[in-house]
Design a binder for this molecule. Structure first.
Ligand code: ADP
Ligand code: ZN
Length: 736
């Protein structure tokens, strides 16, 4: 991320008497602010929430400033009413403008992130929900069966929540209500009583205490700063940053902790509760509508003292924020890839700048962006070099798959099998890591060679044996596993190629029939409750061998886990991704960091066909500095981030010619400024996605270039035709 002048001041007067023109920003992806007239007997201020007419309906928007005046006065409509809630604070408005400017998104689209629960602002009316009726006819559609499954617990739920949890349209819910399968009931919503957080003191090691004191000082000075808490896995980074949270609470201010994937936070929440005596407010996509509404209000009113959440929690209307912590700051799930395309880590730093806040970036493997910012003196480094309480860092070894190959049709090397045997004999736990869901990534016909592909995407269908289906991991397209080849119709000739976690579980069951094995992947874990149950089972040693995708890699603390084996350490290194090496290094360090976190020492085995690859060598030698140095030199030489800037343009549409035509128009009108180069268009590596043909261009610029200005001028030189979509991705992380 790079600094761009913040548009911190909304120009003109901020009080608008009756009859004046105001600009009202609506939470709509395509809109700038619209002008309205302030009605009789109303005085509006910038930031006020208002209801305004838009076409035939009423919408909630925010007074953004003085009207722009390009609509004739007699055509202007009046603001319907001012809503009786606290206005959106100036810092929140400036932040929205800044994000819109930086990401080249419409300000209304960014406002929508902040107003994610528009009805939180409208006063409560009487509301109704539904319960399941007693009768249950045998023949229900698949959608209705899902509703029945969701409602089987007897809870009263709002129609919107039923639709969301059962993944059905609102029409399905209405239909079931109309035919008496769902019964209407009043929906009572009493916000839970607010339990104040009471921080407990913890005894910190000298290194931890030094870092914690620094963080407290930053929080107390209430000014912009960025601190990087860089410490090996298990060094107590969480304990230390909770001290910064404590400092904010002691000042009477709120704290935000961003985490990459909320389903991982069960253990985190236990620790938080132990430390503060109550729960923080959570913010993520799994919340019910009612919970969102209550949390949004609690944050706006300052009742929610600590929020832990996914990236969108950054856009909540904090009454009195005192610190933002970004845990696992290097994690690419901070990058939102749809709608407003932004990196929550970078936007947190921008928010810190605008709202004068201390920001804390936390990681055992900081991103190269962050490392360079530390080197250049923009960010302060706090270092925790050792694991807590004498726990040792695990020893990492490579298993050269060329020298110790697995048996035919198997995926685990004899070296790994021996290590598992020994670990189980010691009554310790094993983690097998493979970053691939399902049973096999490719299915092909042994007779005709046909490969089963998604009709909507240029991607293979992945076999999921637990569900007996083939699935596209890009669009969700799914079919039952066919018995015969769809092309040559030969029966029983389809063969699974390559392993996913389910296939590793099968191998484990054959090799270790007495061991208790469990699979943990995003499709076997449905929601936070499942994740909590699984994590508990592992912690309580009800599982001997845990087999999982990246969701097992991060954050967990399993004291009896001593062996981690990575089934395919080379998996992330293919393809031309700018960050392939960096990401693989981070992910494998993270997985390795699960081993030996308590008394028993841990060891890690990396199954690889290229132990001489620089990433493997760095991991084996525990040479992070050397790895970063090399990576840094390569990026600098090519003016790649963080030494240069990138903007990706993705042109897509159902019609390949039209999409390609526009991509060519863009290339023809590309900027020729000094220090700017445009590459492409080229068909995207994923040339067909969800039925859309995709072409990519990439703008690469020197750091000094204001890429937003260059992009704006460029995009004005041509028009995106109907049926074609252009996505602009500033600082891209994904290149498919
Ligand atoms: P990290 O976030 O760096 O991976 P954690 O904060 O999860 O490390 O700490 C690892 C383990 O050590 C946790 O179980 C944590 O509770 C424990 N721990 C770390 N520091 C302390 C401390 N000062 N006092 C007690 N327990 C600690
Ligand atoms: Zn697909």
């Amino acid at each position: 991320m790079h600094a761009v002048a913040a548009t911190t001041s909304v120009p003109g007067p901020t009080v608008f008497p009756p009859g004046t023109r105001v600009a009202v920003l609506l939470p709509l992806p395509l809109a700038g602010a619209y002008d309205y007239v302030v009605p009789e007997e109303t005085v509006l201020t910038a930031g006020d929430f208002v209801q305004v007419p838009l076409g035939p309906r009423q919408m909630v928007g925010v007074v953004w400033g003085r009207g722009q005046g390009d609509v004739a006065a007699e055509k202007l409509r009046a603001v319907a009413q001012r809503l009786d809630v606290a206005p959106l604070p100036p810092a929140s408005r400036a932040f929205i403008d800044w994000v819109a400017n930086y990401t080249l998104a419409a300000p209304g689209a960014v406002l929508r992130l902040a107003l994610s629960v528009p009805d939180a602002i409208v006063p409560d009316g009487p509301r109704t929900g539904f319960v399941l009726a007693e009768m249950s006819p045998q023949k229900l559609t698949a959608a209705r069966q899902r509703v029945r499954a969701v409602m089987a617990d007897g809870a009263i739920r709002a129609a919107a929540d039923i639709a969301r949890f059962a993944e059905v349209s609102s029409g399905v819910v209405r239909g079931m209500a109309d035919s008496g399968l769902l019964l209407e009931k009043p929906l009572f919503r009493t916000p839970p009583p607010h339990q104040p957080l009471v921080p407990k003191a913890v005894a910190l090691s000298p290194a931890q205490a030094t870092a914690a004191a620094e963080l407290r000082a930053r929080v107390q000075e209430s000014a912009f700063s960025v601190s990087v808490l860089d410490g090996v896995t298990g060094s107590g980074k969480t304990e230390v940053y909770l001290e910064a949270v404590t400092a904010a609470l002691q000042q009477g201010r709120q704290a935000l902790v961003l985490v990459p994937e909320i389903s991982l936070t069960a253990q985190w929440l236990d620790r938080f509760r132990a430390r503060f005596g109550a729960d923080p407010a959570e913010w993520h996509s799994e919340l019910s509508q009612a919970k969102r509404r209550e949390t949004w209000r609690a944050v706006a009113q300052g009742r929610a003292q600590v929020v832990v959440g996914a990236r969108s929690a950054l856009f909540l209307p904090y009454a009195n924020l005192g610190v933002v912590i970004v845990d696992e700051e290097h994690d690419s799930s901070y990058k939102q890839e749809e709608g407003v395309i932004y990196n929550a880590r970078d936007m947190a730093v921008a928010l810190g700048h605008i709202a004068h806040l201390p920001i804390v970036l936390v990681s055992a493997t900081p991103s190269l962006e962050t490392v360079v910012n530390v080197e250049q003196g923009r960010y302060r480094l706090l270092h925790l070099p050792e694991r807590h309480a004498d726990a040792q860092m695990p020893a990492i070894a490579a298993v050269d798959m060329r020298k110790a190959p697995p048996a035919r049709g198997r995926w685990l090397s004899p070296v790994v099998i021996d290590a598992i045997t020994q670990t189980l004999a010691e009554k310790s736990q094993v983690m097998l890591f493979l970053n691939r869901r399902g049973y096999a990534p490719l299915t092909l016909c042994r007779t005709c060679g046909h490969r089963l592909q998604c009709p909507n995407c240029q991607a293979w269908l992945v076999e999921h044996r637990y569900t007996g289906r083939l699935e596209c991991h890009h669009c969700g397209h799914s079919i039952p596993m066919p018995r015969a080849c769809p092309s040559c119709h030969t029966e029983d000739s389809l063969a699974a190629c390559g392993p996913g976690v389910e296939r590793i579980a099968e191998e484990v069951a054959q090799l270790f029939p007495d061991a208790r094995a469990a699979v943990m992947a995003s499709d076997t874990i449905r929601g936070p409750a499942d994740a909590t149950a699984m994590v508990r089972a592992v912690t309580e040693h009800k599982v001997d061998i845990l087999i999982g995708t990246q969701i097992v890699a991060k954050g967990h603390h399993f004291p009896l886990l001593t062996l981690v084996a990575v089934v395919d350490a080379d998996l992330g290194l293919g393809g031309g991704d700018l960050r392939a090496s960096e990401r693989t290094y981070q992910l494998l360090s993270q997985v390795a960091g699960r081993a030996g976190r308590a008394e028993r020492p841990g060891h890690v085995l990396l199954q690889t066909y290229m132990p001489e690859h620089p990433v493997m060598e760095a991991l084996l030698a525990d040479d992070r500095a050397g790895f970063l140095q090399r990576e840094s030199e390569e990026r600098r030489a090519g003016t790649w981030p963080p030494f240069g800037r990138l903007v990706a343009l993705i042109v897509s549409g159902p019609n390949a010619q039209r999409a390609e035509g526009y991509a060519r128009d863009l290339a023809r009108t590309a900027p020729h400024e000094e220090g700017v180069r445009v590459l492409g268009p080229a068909p995207a590596p994923l040339a067909l996605l969800r039925g859309r043909h995709r072409f990519r261009l990439l703008l690469r610029a020197q750091r000094a270039v204001n890429v937003q200005a260059v992009m704006r001028a460029w995009l004005k030189r041509s028009t995106c035709p109907n049926g074609v979509r252009l996505q602009v991705d500033v600082d891209p992380y994904s290149f498919f």
